[in-house]
Design a protein around this ligand. Structure first.
Ligand SMILES: Cc1cc2nc3c(=O)[nH]c(=O)nc-3n(C[C@H](O)[C@H](O)[C@H](O)COP(=O)(O)OP(=O)(O)OC[C@H]3O[C@@H](n4cnc5c(N)ncnc54)[C@H](O)[C@@H]3O)c2cc1C
Length: 385
């Protein structure tokens, strides 16, 4: 451990807030900086002034987990309201249920199949000439066949990743993406819900401790914090090194926001599977809070594209090229002293909120035990390569 100053945490998102609170509870003074003018990072929610709808500003966030400790943790700061994520998709002027389930199959093929019949039917659709699928497309064709692949996977994936599914690895579609029952709950996790007053309120409560000092609209500059006893950095890994080995590839999102008087689409998330529709989905935010009533509505049309230097990085791409670049940054990071890279940007991984919290709790605990032993804290708890 180095420096005698405060612990500095870069980012007031979930990673920074959870680490900050654990260290504050252990008696440390913690300074948290965020470049944005609000806390909560990409989970930020705020009420729309006109309609009163709770808006998920950086895209829809549904909390789901199997981790009982994490579920108890979030429930300590917020009442979680029951919420099941049920997604619909529009494909060629028809609406279907997602994830592809027995209802979708019966609707799509105009049949009344029972589970066993549907399994046999999908087996017949599958392209069995593909013995060892290498690409996303081959994997999908092998699992579900051409018709379902083209209606529900091809166009959406092209729009989401900006490339052909023939260029994406098969591993993205690990297992059979079809259910042979009528379960349309998007997630399998044991616990699922929505924070009653939004994520920003929840994260505000996590940060509410006398040992935690948050400064907003403040970008981290390494030179200003040379005396920090330790830095936990949840910003971009490549950004920490001034992008010297190039920028790690991300997808960014553009949200076209519009209002509606009434109920625009009758559900929270409507995907658009056709490549001819330029957006991937429309989210109608009031349906994320089904316990509230609002006449007005706020919707987002969501567009995905390559992330430029001035855009918000959303999804790490992690193709072969990025992995080589990432390895260079990881090597550099591991030579640094007194800094640990955390969270979705610091480790260049897509992390759900529950995983983010789990890793943040583990990071803070490891730090406290290393401190007690007088040992060095590693640059990564979870090595990104
Ligand atoms: C579109 C979308 C939808 C998602 N939906 C879900 C979902 O339904 N369920 C789920 O569980 N998870 C979801 N997630 C994942 C969720 O957003 C992440 O788990 C969470 O945001 C990770 O928190 P974090 O603190 O690591 O990162 P962030 O939330 O990104 O916070 C990092 C913070 O660091 C700040 N920062 C960065 N660099 C600097 C710097 N140099 N100086 C100062 N501040 C800096 C940023 O401003 C930001 O506030 C979704 C993600 C996306 C992109």
């Amino acid at each position: 451990m180095q420096g005698n100053g405060k612990i500095v945490i870069v980012g007031a998102g979930l990673s920074g807030a959870v680490i900050g609170r654990e260290l504050a509870l252990a008696g440390h003074e913690v300074e948290i900086l965020d470049a944005r003018d609000h806390i909560a990072g990409n989970c930020h929610t705020e009420r729309d002034a006109d309609t009163g709808v709770m808006v998920h500003v950086y895209g829809p966030h549904i909390f789901h987990t199997d981790d009982a400790e994490v579920w108890d943790y979030v429930n300590g700061f917020q009442t979680f309201m029951p919420y099941k994520n049920r997604v619909k998709t529009t494909s060629k002027d028809r609406v279907y249920s997602l994830p592809v389930n027995l209802h979708t199959i019966n609707q799509f093929f105009g049949k009344t199949l029972r589970p066993d019949e549907a399994k046999a039917f999908i087996e017949e659709q599958a392209d069995k000439t593909i013995a060892d699928p290498q690409t996303f497309e081959e994997q999908a064709m092998r699992f579900v066949g051409k018709d379902l692949y083209e209606a529900f996977f091809k166009g959406y994936t092209e729009k989401q990743w900006g490339c052909s599914p023939t260029e994406l690895p098969a591993s993205i579609l690990k297992r059979l993406p079809v259910r042979f029952n009528y379960d349309d709950n998007y997630f399998f996790h044991k616990f699922q819900g929505m924070p009653e007053n939004g994520y920003t309120d929840m994260i505000g409560r996590i940060l509410d401790h006398p040992n935690i000092h948050v400064t907003l609209s403040k970008r981290f500059e390494r030179a200003e914090h040379a005396d920090a006893s330790h830095v936990f950095y949840s910003g971009q890994l490549d950004g920490y090194f001034d992008y010297e080995a190039g920028r790690l590839g991300y997808r960014t999102l553009d949200f076209e926001r519009f209002s509606y008087d009434g109920d625009y689409q009758g559900c929270a998330v409507m995907n658009y599977g056709d490549a001819s529709v330029p957006f991937t989905r429309i989210t109608e935010h009031k349906h994320f809070s089904p316990w509230e009533e609002h006449q007005g509505s706020v919707c987002y049309r969501e567009f995905s594209r390559a992330c430029g230097p001035d855009d918000i990085p959303y999804y790490p791409i992690r193709m072969v090229e990025e992995k080589e670049q990432l390895a260079q940054y990881v090597t550099r990071a591991e030579k640094e002293r007194g800094v640990t890279f955390v969270g979705r940007l610091g480790t260049y991984r897509y992390l759900d909120m529950d995983v983010t919290i789990r890793e943040a709790l583990d990071t803070a605990r490891l730090y406290l035990s290393k401190l007690a032993d007088g040992a060095d804290m590693p640059a990564f708890l979870h090595r990104p390569v």
